[in-house]
Write a protein that binds this ligand. Structure first.
Ligand code: FAD
Length: 293
């Protein structure tokens, strides 16, 4: 099933992101955790694409096993940095053979020491090139990434939004955002996107921060602005794991309620493969989820 049909529905809904193992050694544990996340019956589960040789195979294995065990639709991520055409087409064929109709098309982070200019000679220098390839292959619903706080390689937001428009013109059906902790940044971003003529659905991505150590990692990964309301919570509860977990779940829930109250229908939760966290957020929203608008 194409996700765009789920995303467009007139009701509040959630989807969850999980990640594959780095190696085969932890495949069984990751498969168990990600299947448990999927058993919560979100609208769909996305499976990230890991760097390194086994990346595509392990993403495919997790996406396929979730789909087979739970019937939940999956969105398989795919990065094109350093990829050749044969490997991309091989991955797309394997997705189709495994009943996966949805791809998140990404460039991926540049390997250390490489600059954007070094990518000019690549087969797919930008995500828009990959999106064009997937569209030509046919039969997929395509998602792409967007950045309410601007991609770190972009000179400014206007430039970033122009590039984002290229991705939509190349064939992206919907966009999912990088994590953010201040909803006002998302609202201002959405306004600018609509002004620039980008009208495809935008799914906000919410990361529940449930431990103090996760704060530094999230900052490094996304460079997100941490509002005072959020940093005080980490200062106050960061040294108490149970309290921090509860506070992080409530903060993420509060962000989602505010999004629902302000016209967003579908939210993607970065679960970090934690079924208990995903389940707690979902049950906090139970009376809202599924209700028609
Ligand atoms: P692009 O859209 O190609 O953009 C990268 C930069 O190039 C931007 O600054 C953009 O403005 C600029 N640009 C784009 N087109 C052009 C052009 N034609 N000329 C000049 N500049 C241009 N990473 C993974 O490794 N695996 C994952 O599974 C994964 N999942 C993600 C999911 C989401 C929702 C998000 C937000 C990010 C994810 N990432 C993942 C991280 C992502 O790979 C990185 O942020 C990467 O640096 C950029 O990928 P992109 O697809 O946004 O690239």
């Amino acid at each position: 099933m194409k996700l765009i049909d789920l995303i467009r529905q007139e009701r509040f809904s959630l989807s969850f992101e999980v990640f594959p193992p780095k190696t085969d050694a932890s495949l069984a544990d990751v498969r168990a955790a990600t299947t448990e996340v999927a058993r919560l019956s979100p609208d769909f589960v996305s499976v990230t694409f890991g760097a390194g040789g086994a990346g595509s195979r392990l993403t495919l294995e997790i996406a396929e096993s979730i789909h087979r065990a739970t019937g939940v639709e999956t969105l398989a991520h795919l990065t094109c940095v350093g990829a050749d055409r044969a490997s991309i087409l091989g991955y797309l064929r394997a997705l189709k053979e495994n009943g996966i109709d949805n791809v998140m098309a990404l460039r991926g982070d540049l390997p250390q020491g490489m600059s954007a200019a070094d990518m000019d000679a690549a087969v797919y220098p930008h995500a828009s090139d990959l999106i064009r390839e997937i569209r030509a292959f046919g039969g997929f619903c395509i998602g792409a990434a967007c950045y309410p706080e601007v991609h770190p390689e972009s000179a400014n937001q206007a430039e970033d939004i122009r590039r984002l428009r290229d991705k939509v013109e190349a064939g992206a059906d919907f966009l999912t955002t990088q994590m953010f902790f201040d909803n006002n940044l998302l609202y201002s971003f959405l306004y600018k996107l609509r002004e620039a003529g980008v009208t495809v659905p935008v799914i906000p991505g919410i990361m529940p921060i449930t431990s103090a150590s996760q704060v530094a990692r999230a900052m490094k990964l996304s460079g997100s602005f941490m509002p005072r309301r959020f940093t005080s919570l980490v200062d106050r509860f960061g040294s108490d794991p149970a309290a921090m977990k509860q506070a992080g779940i409530i903060y993420a829930t509060d962000q989602i309620i505010d999004l629902f109250a302000n016209g967003i229908r579908h939210v993607h939760v970065y679960t970090m493969n934690k079924p208990d966290v995903a389940g707690a957020i979902q049950s906090n929203l139970l009376a809202m989820l599924g209700s028609s608008l």
